[in-house]
Design a protein around this ligand. Structure first.
Ligand SMILES: Nc1ncnc2c1ncn2[C@@H]1O[C@H](COP(=O)(O)OP(=O)(O)OP(=O)(O)O)[C@@H](O)[C@H]1O
Length: 256
């Protein structure tokens, strides 16, 4: 099996400050990679470089596209990258309002993604929207409501539906459960785990919450000061951390 994503030597600087540096890894189809580290360790910078939101200063990101095969997403044109982010890629933001159109109905938010990839059949789009509302446990009767009338947890579930409806090959998630109440987080995590497993999704999840990666990620990268200090299978890294920083990260959670 060839990798879905090949990341080699990614570096991003903000002036003299390192955002992230020397990051390399492969991601295989159906694999979920977690990226953990304390605030300022470079997780978001790396995720944004991978997802094409930030231009790295060095390195390659080769993605195996559905239509063109492997392409370097760092050097591809902006329109090509925009198309990729509507088709093969999805991005789940920490704050649902960054990933939703708040003035458009719930059904419209889901349908918009389908229309962006060329679906024009109203009945089919509405049926898909209803199906996806159901999959993310939102009552279909709310299809014409705007997301602003939803709770934080519902908004996040709607954002996930909007992202997954087009069957992306790779989903980027930035703190998908951050900022939600603990009980809401648990339900969302459960839902995400079900969707990831059922759809065989490949995903890269940035979080500072080790419980999130424990549940969702097959593999883990631990970042500190912009560098990857440890990586491996999630259970291996969390149960037997080798690097002092990872040991600290794991033990600080256990003490809570
Ligand atoms: N726009 C920016 N301008 C200057 N420096 C930045 C910028 N964004 C991030 N940085 C710096 O880059 C480093 C990595 O930050 P980054 O936000 O990627 O970390 P993070 O692990 O995602 O943190 P958090 O969990 O708080 O989001 C930090 O030193 C940060 O101060």
């Amino acid at each position: 099996m060839s990798p879905l994503l090949q990341v080699a030597g990614i570096e991003k600087r903000y002036g003299a400050r390192i955002g992230c540096t020397d990051v390399s890894f492969d991601l295989y189809p159906g694999e979920v990679m977690g990226i953990v580290g304390e605030s300022g360790s470079g997780k978001s910078t790396l995720l944004n470089c991978l997802a094409g939101h930030l231009a790295p200063d060095a390195g390659r990101v080769i993605f195996d596209t559905r239509h063109m095969g492997p392409v370097d997403t760092v050097t591809m044109s902006e329109p090509e990258r925009r198309m990729l982010s509507r088709t093969d890629w999805a991005f789940v933001h920490q704050h649902a309002r960054d990933g939703l159109r708040m003035s458009v109905s719930a059904g419209g938010n889901i349908g918009e993604r389908l229309m962006a990839v060329g679906d024009r059949h109203y009945g089919r789009i509405r049926a898909a929207a209803l199906d996806w509302l159901d999959r993310v446990e939102i009552d279909g009767a709310r299809i014409d409501d705007r997301p602003s009338a939803f709770s934080g947890g519902m908004q996040q579930r709607l954002q996930i539906a909007r992202n997954l409806v087009t069957g992306p090959r790779l989903v980027f998630m930035d703190e998908p459960t951050g900022g939600l109440d603990v009980s809401v987080q648990a339900r969302l995590l459960d839902l995400l785990r079900g969707l990831v497993r059922r759809m065989g999704l490949s995903a890269i999840i940035v979080t500072h919450d080790l419980a999130v990666v424990r549940l969702l990620a097959d593999r883990l990268m631990v970042m500190k000061d912009g560098r990857v200090v440890e990586s491996g299978l999630t259970d291996q890294v969390l149960d037997d951390p080798q690097h002092g920083y990872t040991q600290l990260l794991v033990s600080s959670v256990l003490q809570v």
